[in-house]
Design a binder for this molecule. Structure first.
Ligand code: NAD
Ligand code: UGA
Length: 487
């Protein structure tokens, strides 16, 4: 595209439907980079919008490094958060659909297909309210050919827009988001690529022009709309596949005396393989990998490609097996029972630098340990107690400071701890289980901690973050994922 090409569709007002992990940060960065565009982020969730408008920036609904600074700069100037969905659609030249697309729980395709009811609701909302020409951008991750559904809904509105005051027309683009949580702002500022799929070049140019204000042109890829939708699902499937691959190798390392970190370094040095996304861990979590792969599986099954479906489904299956495997190792190492034993869980978020727990391996592993009767103290620097309660679906019971009297009375209970520095949470614990790679867990004072624990005390490090010598020298037994030399 020529740099100074005159745009047929000039974008002055953007409306983004969905103020979540994608809508919030993405619009914040666009607002920051495009001060002349007014951006309205709308959501039906009143609590979320109130949090986005909080004066205390610590209370924004999403924790992402660098996000609060941008909100401080732009909110109230060209970035606004509200529940006025209809009104803001009316004013918009471009509407981003950035709502949730979870796996369907019931009906056709349940357990695999994405539930598109929120996307459909948005399309209908846009159809009812848009005025003039509106470019509708799929930001949510969607099954291939969803744009067709959106177009059908919009076209119906276009054809019935009889009077002059409500004349409307639409273009639909696919512009999937590739940000990862915890690094969202950096990913949005310096993306590996921006993908725009569409049919009308003039609409593509309008969106491309927005990104080109900070993204080099050669990183803005244009494809047909279906390739764009499929590329997003495939990218997540490839990333998740690497994690399942290295995690499966971790089990083999433990069995054979190899070390998964050494194996990862050796294979990652091959340029064709590359070193990223080879960290073995407690199994991939996050709101998207599992859902997007299952969506791909559903798609393959729909087209009768059962071998393709089975191949991708195995990536999810081995992830579940891996989480179960870790839970079982913990029980086995603690003499076959964790009943009434206090275990300290370090980390509940699905990865560091986010407060998101969706599909976190910690949920499954904690549930397994609670089922075995363990009493858990759960610490996470960003996840709240109520979020953990929601995820575990068990009320917390206070037992910190009362471990001895409680130990014989109750089992399978848990309590949240906000504090770790005074080391009190380690008192009378049989084991520490590290599930999220938060930096503060790297610098723990093992020589102090061991004195408070019940010997023989264990550290289970599923993220390879502890200094192994320090832990062992302190007198603790250590299990590290994929460490064939382990205790
Ligand atoms: P989210 O659940 O955090 O946010 C979605 C928001 O949409 C919610 O606040 C919800 O209230 C709102 N919403 C739903 N229906 C609405 C409607 N009809 N009108 C107004 N608001 C409505 O979800 P998310 O994590 O931001 O993900 C959004 C999409 O982006 C998903 O398709 C996801 O697969 C994709 N994605 C997510 C990430 C990520 O890191 N979370 C990264 C890339 C892509
Ligand atoms: C992932 C993709 O990385 C993004 O490109 C994509 O946009 C996003 O999904 C999405 O569509 O939602 P995200 O889930 O936020 O991003 O975070 P990742 O960094 O990919 O981590 C996912 C999971 O894999 C985490 O549980 C993480 O701990 C785990 N992981 C990651 C590993 O176990 N090892 C690794 O080497 C990397």
């Amino acid at each position: 595209m020529e740099i100074n090409k005159i745009m047929k569709y000039k974008i002055n007002n953007i409306c983004c439907i969905g103020a979540g992990y994608v809508g919030g940060p993405t619009m914040a960065v666009i607002a920051d980079k495009c001060p002349n565009i007014q951006i309205e982020v709308v959501d039906i969730n009143k609590v979320r919008i109130r949090q986005w408008n909080e004066d205390d920036f610590e209370k924004l609904p999403i924790f992402e490094p660098g996000l609060a600074e941008i909100i401080k700069r732009c909110r109230g100037k060209n970035l606004h958060f509200s529940n006025f969905v209809e009104e803001k659609i009316k004013k918009a030249d471009m509407v981003f659909i950035s709502v949730n697309t979870p796996t369907k729980k019931k009906g056709l395709g349940a357990g695999k297909a994405s539930d598109l009811k929120w996307v459909e609701a948005c399309a209908r909302e846009v159809a009812r309210n848009a005025i003039g020409h509106t470019i509708v951008v799929e930001k949510s991750t969607l099954p291939v050919r969803t744009a067709e559904v959106i177009k059908e809904i919009l076209n119906a509105a276009q054809n019935s827009s009889s009077n002059e005051s409500h004349l409307c027309s639409f273009d639909v683009l696919s512009n999937p988001e590739f940000l990862a949580e915890g690094t969202a702002i950096n990913d949005l500022m310096y993306p590996d690529r921006v993908l725009i799929g569409g049919e009308n070049q003039e609409a593509i140019d309008s969106l491309s022009e927005i990104y080109s204000r900070w993204v080099p042109r050669n990183k803005i890829l244009e494809t047909n709309i279906w390739s764009s939708e499929l590329a997003k699902l495939t990218a997540n499937a490839f990333l998740a596949q690497r994690i399942s691959s290295i995690n499966s190798v971790s089990a083999l390392c433990e069995a054979t005396g190899a070390d998964v970190r050494e194996v990862a370094r050796a294979i990652g040095s091959d340029n064709r393989i590359g070193s990223k996304f080879l960290d073995s861990g407690p199994g991939f979590g996050g709101s998207c990998f599992k859902k997007d792969i299952l969506n791909l599986v559903y798609l393959a099954e729909y087209f009768g490609l059962n071998e393709v479906a089975n191949f991708w489904e195995s990536v999810v299956k081995i992830n579940s097996w891996h989480q179960k495997r870790i839970s079982e190792i913990i029980v086995k190492k603690l003499f076959g029972t964790v009943a009434n034993k206090k275990l300290v869980i370090l980390g509940f978020a699905f990865k560091a630098n986010t407060n998101d727990t969706r599909e976190s391996a910690a949920i499954t592993i904690c549930k397994n340990l609670l089922n075995e009767g363990a009493n858990l103290i759960i610490h996470d620097p960003k996840v709240t107690a109520s979020q953990i309660e929601n995820d575990l679906n068990i009320n917390p019971i206070k037992f910190l400071g009362n471990e001895n009297s409680f130990l014989n009375a109750k089992s399978g209970i848990w309590e949240y701890s906000k504090y770790i520095n005074n080391l009190e949470i380690f008192n009378n614990a049989y084991a520490i289980v590290i599930l999220t790679e938060w930096d503060e867990y790297r610098a723990l004072k093992w020589t102090e901690i061991v004195k408070r624990m019940v010997p023989p005390a264990w550290v289970f490090d599923s993220r390879s973050i502890v200094n192994t010598e320090e832990v062992r020298d302190a007198g603790l037994s250590l299990w590290r994922l994929g460490d064939g030399f382990g205790d």
